[in-house]
Each structure stands twice: as structure tokens, then as C-alpha cells.
Ligand binder design. Structure first.
Ligand SMILES: [Zn+2]
Length: 289
């Protein structure tokens, strides 16, 4: 190996000096213990370059080829703990809005697959086909998908982290997968959902889980859930059978009276979109002439 040239040595010295904790205003007493961590700066990369599974989904709803009349844009996207982009898509120009959330649990890819199919279907339609604006997050928990876990990169179940009145109750500590965290709304993914609801004020939230093959709902959503159940063949189920806290359904459906509809999907196969298409188009009021 050759020796470092003067310029290379200068650059390295320059970087070490400016990235050191003391340069960032920390006391010398802290320097030794923090040196190792602060020497590594995070590199934010788009998710497409990082992970094969996510690459597949990212490519599937890539907007670059779309040139139709539909107003379709990637609005503010956010970066997860492990530096995956969490995309937010807006479809249509209507004021009244429905929020659609896929992939809240990383080991339930069925929902991501269905949401991506929905996005691809919508991309080919004109604005006039939409009665409502759709704000769609195809993959809310990309880190969970990367690790094939229900939880996010902090090992928190996002669907137990919402600041419900009963937050933390009924927590099954032996099951790490349902960990709500020590504080409500501590996770970037939970905060994202809350920010989106505050920003867009959706009159309904549609979310996806798996594999229990049923339609579940919270808040004033009985009629819509019944219709969705009839059209998809997924059994209507008011109660999932056990006490939970910190869920999106309780926070928005029960405590804020915003209908929250949960599609619990079953198997992910090539006919998943066809099985659920009529129900989704009816629920979201997408009308193809
Ligand atoms: Zn789930």
C-alpha cells in the first residue's frame, strides 16, 4: 500500500478536526466516549439503492413514467431511522381527503402489495375519476420490511405507539413485537401519520394488515366496512378479540370519530388486486367511466 500523499493527508486531518465532538461544542470530558459515534455521519440514501425488497416496490410505483392528466405527485417525503425514504403520494385535486396507509407492520407485505397495485391503477386515470383526494403512504415502516419485523428499527410497534387515553395498558411485555415504547408518539412513523392527519384532515383512514382475512373498523364506519366486506369477501369483524391500546383505530376511530377501516388481508398472490379491486374502488369512490 502506498503512503498517503500530502493532499490526502490534509483532507483527512481536515475531516477529523471538523467532525470531532469538540468542534461541535461538546466538552473535552465527553470527547473520548463520543469520538467513535460522531466520526460516522449518516448518509441518507434513497431506499431504492439500499434494499432489494424495497427496491421492487419503489420501482413499482415509480412516478417518472407517468404522463397522464391525473395530478399525481410525491409530496414531502421523510427519512426513517435507517435512512429509507417514506414516500407520501397525493392523487387527485379534490379538497376532501382519504388517507391510505400501507406497510405499518413490516412483516405484512400483503398490504404494501395491494396499495402499490392501487397506486398503479390510479396513475392511469384522469382526475375526474376521483371523488376524493387520496393521500397514500405505500410503505409506512420500511425499516420493518427490511428486517422482516412487525416493529420499526427501534423495536416499537407503531400501531401501539399512538397517544390514546389508554396508552401502555394491556401491553404484553413477553411479546416484544407489540412493544408500544415508553412514551406515546415517540416514533417518526407515528409522528408522520399524526402530521398527515393534521395537514390533510382526512374524513376516513384506510389501513392494511395481514393475515387474518377480515375487515375490521373503528369509529363510525359500519356501513362502509359492511360494503367493503361484501365486495371483497373478507369477513366483517368489529372486534379483534383482545384488548389493545395505542392503536391508530382507537386514537382516530374511537377517540376522534374519524372512520378507520382496516383490511386484514390473507395470502399475497397474483390475484390479490383482482379480489379486492371492486371493494377498494367503491370505498375510495374511484369511478372509471
Ligand atoms: Zn398488522
Amino acid at each position: 500500500m502506498r503512503c498517503l500523499g500530502f493532499i490526502e493527508a490534509f483532507i483527512i486531518t481536515f475531516l477529523i478536526f471538523f467532525l470531532s465532538p469538540s468542534f461541535n461544542g461538546e466538552s473535552m470530558a465527553q470527547t473520548d466516549s463520543t469520538k467513535k459515534d460522531s466520526a460516522v455521519l449518516p448518509v441518507i440514501k434513497p431506499l431504492i439503492n439500499l434494499y432489494d425488497t424495497l427496491n421492487y416496490y419503489q420501482t413499482k410505483y415509480d412516478t417518472s413514467w407517468y404522463s397522464g392528466a391525473l395530478s399525481y405527485k410525491k409530496s414531502d417525503s421523510l427519512v426513517s431511522k435507517e435512512y429509507c425514504e417514506i414516500d407520501i403520494l397525493e392523487i387527485g385535486k379534490r379538497d376532501s381527503c382519504i388517507l391510505v396507509l400501507g406497510g405499518i407492520h413490516g412483516n405484512e407485505l400483503q398490504g404494501v402489495d395491494l396499495v402499490v397495485s392501487l397506486v398503479n391503477y390510479c396513475k392511469k386515470l384522469a382526475d375526474t375519476c376521483f371523488q376524493y383526494k387520496l393521500v397514500i403512504v405505500p410503505i409506512l415502516n420500511p425499516d420493518g420490511i427490511v428486517h422482516d419485523t412487525r416493529t420499526n428499527a427501534n423495536n416499537i410497534d407503531i400501531n401501539r405507539n399512538f397517544p390514546t387515553k389508554n396508552f401502555g395498558e394491556g401491553k404484553n411485555k413477553s411479546k416484544k413485537a407489540y412493544n408500544c415504547g415508553t412514551e406515546a408518539n415517540s416514533e417518526i412513523e407515528t409522528q408522520l401519520v399524526i402530521n398527515l392527519v393534521n395537514k390533510y384532515k382526512p374524513f376516513m383512514i384506510l389501513t392494511f394488515h395481514a393475515p387474518y382475512a377480515c375487515i375490521n373498523y373503528d369509529g363510525p364506519a359500519l356501513d362502509r366496512a359492511t360494503k367493503l366486506s361484501e365486495l371483497t369477501g373478507l369477513k366483517l369483524k368489529k372486534d379483534i378479540g383482545y384488548k389493545i391500546s395505542g392503536s391508530m383505530g382507537i386514537y382516530y376511530g374511537i377517540e376522534r370519530n374519524i372512520p378507520v377501516i382496516t383490511m386484514e388481508l390473507s395470502v399475497m398472490d397474483s390475484s390479490q388486486w383482482n379480489r379486492n379491486k371492486a371493494g377498494l374502488l367503491d370505498l375510495l369512490k374511484i369511478k372509471v367511466k
